[in-house]
Design a protein around this ligand. Structure first.
Ligand code: 26A
Length: 346
């Protein structure tokens, strides 16, 4: 079987619940953020289970994107790699992925729980607190197994959740090298500000392989700050230019940097290696009446899903962005990082 798109990330189950600002304050959490749980955050998981209105939804940023891309693409288009435990949480993830037709090749670990993310919704924001657990144990060797590596060899595009830089930079490098050596498309999401802040070295090591960066304005600012870029942190075009022109392993593809900015226009910058020019474009987002917005958890992943699905289908850059914006607008009308059934078509 050959699947054109291979994704890699941290499979998580989202424990999604509405919270008041006081609850975030109690745990020193920002309204809009994604972090790794520290010791002091662990009581949250027990507390949210008790909260009325709790919803368990399949999450994990790259897994959301993989499901979304499979939602859009023809059957048997997407495979997702990550690591889970042997428990009911993993069963829930399998159920959701099956509904979308997403093939998963999980590394299954004994005696460690499947990872979970407390998705603390405080409209219009969400604060994500993740206990990676089994997701933290993914190893590059899992990809190297012949039955998995054949899926890598048969793929033509790769999408990596930047969150996975905290887990297995080796696996990312392995896929990146393979993509560069075979002139295949390689995309990376910066995922959260803390990746550029605290995982700068593995991020920088992965960037030479990256043809497409998909990210948002707060991650752009965190990148600018951690790399001491001499630009205004709000100037996403200037930041995108800096990233687009970084050295590339595969000189046959130019690098494109896509920064979403919530309801503000999406900025797209491509660096042309032969002319040394930048192509800068902006795309308005789809307007959605505020009463239609259910929650924005997973909006960025849905955008990435539509965008990467467009690239897999070899659409133009502008069309791929538009599919991304369509997918994001569908997902924010649902609870959690999900898409509507029966299926809608673009
Ligand atoms: C390593 N961390 C912190 C994470 C995540 C994560 N996915 C992978 N690794 N923290 C939050 N998420 C996921 O982000 C989605 C929303 O974009 C959540 O599971 C949620 O579904």
């Amino acid at each position: 079987m050959s699947y054109p798109l291979v994704c890699l990330g941290n499979p998580l189950l989202d424990l999604q619940v509405d919270v008041e600002p006081e609850y975030l304050a109690k745990y020193d959490l920002k309204a809009d953020d994604a972090i790794l749980a520290e010791e002091k955050h662990l009581p949250i998981y027990k507390e949210v289970i008790e909260k009325p209105g709790l919803k368990l939804v399949a999450g994990g940023a790259a897994q959301n994107t993989a499901r979304g891309a499979q939602y859009i693409l023809p059957e048997n288009s997407v495979v997702y790699f990550g690591s889970v435990g042997k428990d009911v949480y993993a069963e829930k993830l399998n159920e959701a992925n099956k509904q979308y037709g997403l093939r998963t090749e999980y590394q299954v670990v004994d005696d460690v729980a499947t990872g979970k993310c407390a998705a603390l919704i405080n409209h219009p924001h969400r604060s994500l607190v993740t206990d990676l657990a089994a997701a933290n144990l993914f190893k590059a060797e899992h990809l190297e197994k012949p039955e998995n590596w054949i899926l890598v060899e048969n793929a033509k595009c790769f999408y990596i959740g930047g969150f996975h830089l905290t887990v297995s930079p080796e696996a990312i490098e392995k896929l990146g090298k393979h993509a560069a050596e075979n002139n295949k498309l390689f995309a990376l999401n910066f995922s959260a500000p803390f990746i550029a802040q605290f995982f700068k070295d593995p991020l920088d090591a992965s960037l030479p392989y990256v043809d497409y960066v998909v990210s948002n304005e707060s991650e752009a600012a965190a990148y600018a700050e951690s790399h001491n870029l001499d630009v205004d942190q709000k100037d996403v075009v200037a930041i995108a230019k800096e990233i687009a022109k970084l050295p590339k392993a595969n000189s046959k593809r130019n690098r494109t940097v896509v920064f979403t900015q919530g309801t503000e226009p999406t900025v797209v910058v491509t660096y042309n290696q032969s002319t040394q020019d930048f192509d800068v474009q902006e795309f308005k987002v789809r307007e959605l009446a505020s009463e239609k917005v259910v929650d924005t958890n997973g909006a960025g992943d849905a955008f990435a899903a539509g965008f990467i699905a467009g690239l897999v289908q070899e659409k133009s850059l502008a069309d791929a962005i538009d599919i991304g914006q369509w997918a994001a607008s569908l997902s924010i009308q649902e609870v959690g990082p999900t898409f509507p059934f029966p299926k809608q078509t673009y």
